[in-house]
Structure formats: structure tokens, C-alpha cells
Design a protein around this ligand. Structure first.
Ligand code: HEC
Ligand code: HEC
Length: 209
């Protein structure tokens, strides 16, 4: 290999690594105020109803932080969780800050399966999940970036139920510019409370796998 080619390869291989490492380092500092609610490992905090964010799709996290900042999420007066989160998203001054903090979150380990707090019929939940949720959220609840659908298996059952209720009542996903939230809001209306309970029981099983 010619020395020129060797240097070219070294640089092209190294530059992206240096770039993302720097982002994650800046992101670590930006993440400090998030720890109170999302935990040092991004595992979430039941006491303040804040979800796990480690292990989640980076595209999804970036979009949610942008949505909080632009008012697509968290502006409905009924949305108390969103109201807590919006000023925190506002600490991220621009897209570069959002991408850095998300690069840091992405560097954290996927949290362990959340403890089940709701009980339902996982067998019937599996059927409802496959017919009403899995096409977008993936057969194993792993999410699908191509369809903008987040991973569900890292999320607590109580958070999933709460968010589906927020979508259903128009508290989340009703902003005219929130097209992905609107897609989910339609789906939130096709399940009853009982079916949703069974679905989260099934998701709890998937999370253990
Ligand atoms: C005061 C508590 C609090 C702090 C501090 C906080 N958050 Fe949140 N965060 C929440 C709550 C509560 C929610 C859920 C909002 C809802 O119910 O819609 C949330 C939601 C999110 C979401 C959306 C997750 C999802 O699954 O849709 C992201 C991303 C997020 N927070 C990132 C951050 C980042 C990054 C920071 C630090 C800059 C931060 N949060 C600081 C409380 C907090
Ligand atoms: C047509 C595709 C589609 C289907 C089917 C669908 N979803 Fe979603 N779901 C989405 C999208 C897209 C989002 C992200 C919305 C956003 O960007 O705010 C989402 C978001 C969610 C969230 C919020 C997660 C978080 O981290 O805050 C939950 C919970 C959820 N979906 C549960 C379900 C359940 C349960 C079902 C089945 C009853 C279902 N979804 C069916 C597309 C879908």
C-alpha cells in the first residue's frame, strides 16, 4: 500500500470516530441536568413519570427534543409531563446540542427490562399487538426508524399506557404539524383500555427475552 493511500485510509477511518466521540463528550455535559429525572444511565424514573431514553432510537430522540422545542409536543395545557420536559429541552440551544446529547444517550447501555407493574393477559395481548401495533413498532417491539416508530420494550408499562391515553385524548400528537404523532393518535383510538393492558403484558414478556 502506498504511504499516501495509507494516510488517506487512516484519516477517513479516524475522522468520523473523532467527530462522534467529541459530540458524545459535549453531550455528557449537556446531559448532567437530565440525570435527576432520566437517571445517570438513562433508565428513567418512575417517581417523576419520566421514561427510559437509553436504548431508544436516536432518530426518535432527536425528533422528540425538536418537537418539545418547537411546541409540537408538550404544549397542551393537560400535558403535565410534557410541561416538565419542555424547559429541559430548551436547555439544548440548537440542533448541534440536541445531536450531542443524543450521541451521549446512545453511548449508554440499553437499560434492563423494566419491572412489570400492570397485569394483563399476555396471550391475548400478543394477538392485539401483532394486528394493531407490530406493523410499525416491530414484531419484537424493537421500533422501526423507517416508519418513525420508537422502541417499546425499554419503556415501563405505566408510561406506555399513559402515552397511549395522551395520544387518544389529543393531549399528545394533535398538533397539525406533528405528522408522526398524528399517525400514532389514530392507532391509540383502535384499542380499548383492556386490550391495551393485555398489549403491555405482552410487551413486558417481550422485554424479558
Ligand atoms: C424535571 C424532570 C425532567 C428532566 C430534568 C428532564 N426530563 Fe426528559 N422527560 C421528562 C418527562 C416527565 C418526560 C415524559 C413527557 C411526557 O409525558 O410526554 C420526558 C420525556 C423526554 C423525552 C421523550 C422520550 C420519549 O420516549 O418520548 C426525551 C428525549 C427526553 N425527555 C430527554 C431529556 C433530556 C435530554 C434532558 C436533559 C436536557 C431531560 N429530558 C431532562 C422529565 C424530565
Ligand atoms: C401506523 C404506525 C403505528 C402503529 C400501528 C402504532 N404506532 Fe405507536 N407510534 C407510531 C409513531 C410514528 C410514534 C412516534 C410518534 C411521535 O413521533 O411522537 C409512535 C409512538 C408510540 C408511543 C410513544 C412512545 C414514547 O417513547 O413516548 C407508544 C407508547 C406507542 N406508540 C404505542 C403503540 C401501541 C401500544 C400500538 C398498538 C395499539 C401502536 N403504538 C401502534 C406509529 C405507530
Amino acid at each position: 500500500m502506498s504511504p499516501g493511500l495509507r494516510y488517506f485510509l487512516i484519516f477517513t477511518l479516524l475522522i468520523p470516530t473523532i467527530g462522534s466521540a467529541a459530540d458524545a463528550a459535549a453531550g455528557k455535559a449537556l446531559y448532567a441536568p437530565c440525570i435527576t429525572c432520566h437517571g445517570a444511565n438513562g433508565e428513567g424514573n418512575t417517581a417523576v413519570a419520566s421514561p427510559a431514553i437509553a436504548g431508544q432510537s436516536e432518530d426518535y430522540l432527536v425528533r422528540q427534543l425538536r418537537n418539545f422545542n418547537s411546541g409540537l409536543r408538550g404544549t397542551n395545557p393537560e400535558d403535565t409531563g410534557g410541561a416538565q420536559m419542555r424547559p429541559m429541552a430548551a436547555t439544548l440551544a440548537d440542533d448541534a446540542a440536541i445531536e450531542s446529547v443524543v450521541a451521549y444517550i446512545a453511548s449508554l447501555d440499553t437499560p434492563p427490562a423494566p419491572a412489570a407493574t400492570l397485569s394483563g393477559d399476555a396471550g391475548s395481548g400478543a394477538k392485539f399487538y401483532v394486528s394493531r401495533c407490530g406493523a410499525c413498532h416491530g414484531g419484537k417491539g424493537e421500533g422501526n426508524d423507517a416508519l418513525f416508530a420508537p422502541r417499546l420494550t425499554t419503556l415501563r408499562d405505566s408510561y406506555i399506557v399513559q402515552q397511549v391515553e395522551l395520544f387518544r385524548s389529543g393531549t399528545r400528537g394533535a398538533h397539525p404539524d406533528d405528522k408522526y404523532g398524528q399517525q400514532m393518535a389514530i392507532m391509540a383510538k383502535v384499542v380499548t383500555d383492556r386490550e391495551l393492558n393485555d398489549i403491555v403484558a405482552f410487551l413486558n414478556e417481550l422485554a424479558q427475552q
